[in-house]
Design a protein around this ligand. Structure first.
Ligand SMILES: [Zn+2]
Ligand SMILES: [Zn+2]
Length: 548
């Protein structure tokens, strides 16, 4: 395949060249940062997917590339997210890793929210090197950088002050007036209460001893700063880590790229204070969702998580949704009826790639979605259309025996042996029907025949039903039933069952389908007719169409 020329390939080329210029012979580092302060939403996944796709492209080219996931688990708990007991409010101000686990199965609050994202990343083939900021800070890894930042506090304060005048919103992470003479870029976690409601009152550049007070009444120090729990304020912390980890590439949400943002400020601090360089970067646009957010399962607060998306989308589809859009384009992930259309598009692309008719850009984006440098992602061996499987799940109400019977009929003449052949897509379809299909759109098969309507049938309608019930057994398969149900109006007009329909015939076909839907499920529309017929089975169809 010729070298691809999409945003992923172009960025990977820039990243490799930049890493070579900065640190010859060293692998590039792509970086993501996530705060495990609450459920990590689907919107945050772009923070991981953009660097992943770039790092994966470098690795696919045969060169090493590091993708670090920096967990901001040493950040303070700012507020208790919706859906958690108010009693957690006592922990506001403590590091996320020092807040108790809300479910008692994890070591702490931060780990509780890391676990589901970690599982989702593994399923998506996103390979990361995790770095816990709690581990880094408490092990003393950053002591030298902290001492440097404290010694250069006046210079840092001056840079921050320069941007502060243009700042439009209050900065929760850095509430101290940066211009003040007693500005300190280090925020202790109080030794007495564990919170960061602290004020540094003195710092000795010679001894590195720090003194602070806390809102709880505690006074501490002077103590060598290496022995004091705490962290650099965010706008200093971020550029410090760019230098420490030698980050080559780190994208950020578009809001981070504005003037006066932490990215802009960090760009000055990283070179001036920490002797590093700003990463290559660009802003990525918003990820939205449509449909069903109010019924989202795993996430208190409503917004869907990657795990919610993986319940209804096979992993390659999610990779595809991110890979096919340029970072500056927004993405909308659908949880409503659009899901079926997304699957159909993906299946069409897969077929084109398989039969060699896909063009080069389509092949490239398909390859990025279907696998990683480490290998292909698992696929559904027999990928039946999602909408068909959703109809099967809907009609069968989850009865596995019934599902297997229907799926066998659907896959004639080479019927599946077990449902494993249609998994995980079947599971996705079942989850979608259970969670996101509007109850008004669910299929309710009639328990009793509609005797009133049956008594009113015209001769032509009665004749059509007779043809259907007499001939449906001749080729009881999706294709056979498709030909028959569409063909019955043709037969009634003396045409061949395979005759191409004209406009008038199409109207007759629609009327005929409405009649069938009414008699079978009491609505004017429903699942595709052949799927519905296969799901019902011949006896049930006869009992509803020709009772007595
Ligand atoms: Zn937990
Ligand atoms: Zn305190």
């Amino acid at each position: 395949m010729a070298a691809a020329d999409d945003w992923v390939a172009r960025t990977a080329g820039l990243v490799r060249a930049e890493a070579e210029r900065r640190h010859p012979g060293e692998a590039p580092t792509c970086a993501s940062g996530i705060s495990p302060s609450g459920a990590v939403h689907l919107g945050n996944l772009r923070e991981l997917m953009v660097p992943h796709l770039v790092a994966n492209e470098v690795r696919t080219q045969g060169a090493p590339c590091r993708h670090i996931l920096s967990w901001d688990d040493y950040d303070r708990l700012r507020r208790v997210p919706a859906g958690f007991p108010a009693s957690f409010a006592e922990h506001v101000g403590r590091p996320l890793s020092a807040v108790p686990d809300p479910c008692d199965r994890h070591p702490n609050w931060a780990e509780h929210f890391k676990e589901p994202l970690r599982e989702s990343l593994a399923r998506l083939g996103v390979l990361v090197t995790e770095i816990s900021q709690t581990q880094m800070y408490t092990s003393g890894a950053y002591t030298e950088q902290i001492v440097t930042a404290m010694r250069r506090r006046a210079d840092i304060g001056a840079v921050l002050a320069r941007y502060q005048t243009r700042r439009t919103e209050p900065d929760e992470d850095d509430p101290q007036p940066a211009a003040a003479r007693d500005y300190y870029p280090f925020k202790p976690y109080c030794a007495a209460c564990g919170r960061d409601d602290t004020t540094v009152t003195a710092y000795d550049d010679q001894t590195t001893e720090i003194t602070y007070t806390c809102a709880c009444g505690a006074h501490a120090g002077p103590t060598p700063i290496a022995q004091v729990a705490g962290k650099l304020v965010w706008k200093v912390d971020w550029p410090m880590r760019w230098a420490y980890e030698r980050v080559t590439f780190e994208p950020a949400g578009v809001d981070h790229s504005s003037p006066g943002s932490s990215f802009t400020v960090g760009g000055e601090l990283v070179s001036e204070i920490f002797g590093g360089e700003m990463p290559l970067h660009f802003g990525y646009a918003f990820v939205g969702t449509s449909g069903g957010s109010s019924k989202m399962s795993g996430s208190a607060g409503g917004a869907p998580t990657p795990a919610d998306a993986l319940e209804i989308f096979e992993p390659p589809l999610i990779r595809w949704l991110y890979a096919r859009r340029r970072p500056e384009q927004s993405i909308t992930l659908a949880f409503n009826q659009e899901v079926g259309r997304v699957y159909d598009e993906w299946d069409a692309l897969s077929r084109k790639v398989a039969d060699g008719t896909a063009d080069a850009p389509a092949r490239t984006v398909y390859a990025r979605a279907a696998g990683t440098a480490e290998g292909p992602l698992p696929v559904t061996p027999r990928p039946l259309p999602f909408r068909t499987l959703a109809s099967v799940a809907d009609i069968s109400a989850g009865d596995v025996t019934q599902i297997l019977r229907i799926v066998r009929d659907l896959t004639a003449p080479e019927p599946v042996a077990t449902l494993e052949e249609v998994r995980p897509r079947l599971d996705c379809a079942q989850a979608w029907v259970a969670r996101y299909l509007d109850p008004a759109d669910r299929t309710q098969i009639r328990r009793e025949p509609d005797l009133d309507r049956l008594a009113d049938l015209t001769d032509a309608e009665r004749d059509a039903i007779k043809i259907l019930t007499e001939r449906m057994g001749e080729d009881w398969s999706y294709d056979g039933l498709t030909t028959l149900v569409y063909g019955i109006p043709k037969l009634q007009r003396g045409l061949l069952i395979t005759a191409p329909p004209d406009a008038e015939l199409k109207v007759v076909q629609r009327t005929w389908f409405v009649l069938l839907y009414q008699l079978l499920i009491g609505k004017d529309t429903g699942p595709r007719m052949p799927t519905l017929l296969l799901a019902l089975g011949q006896d049930r169809i006869r009992s509803l169409l020709t009772p007595g």
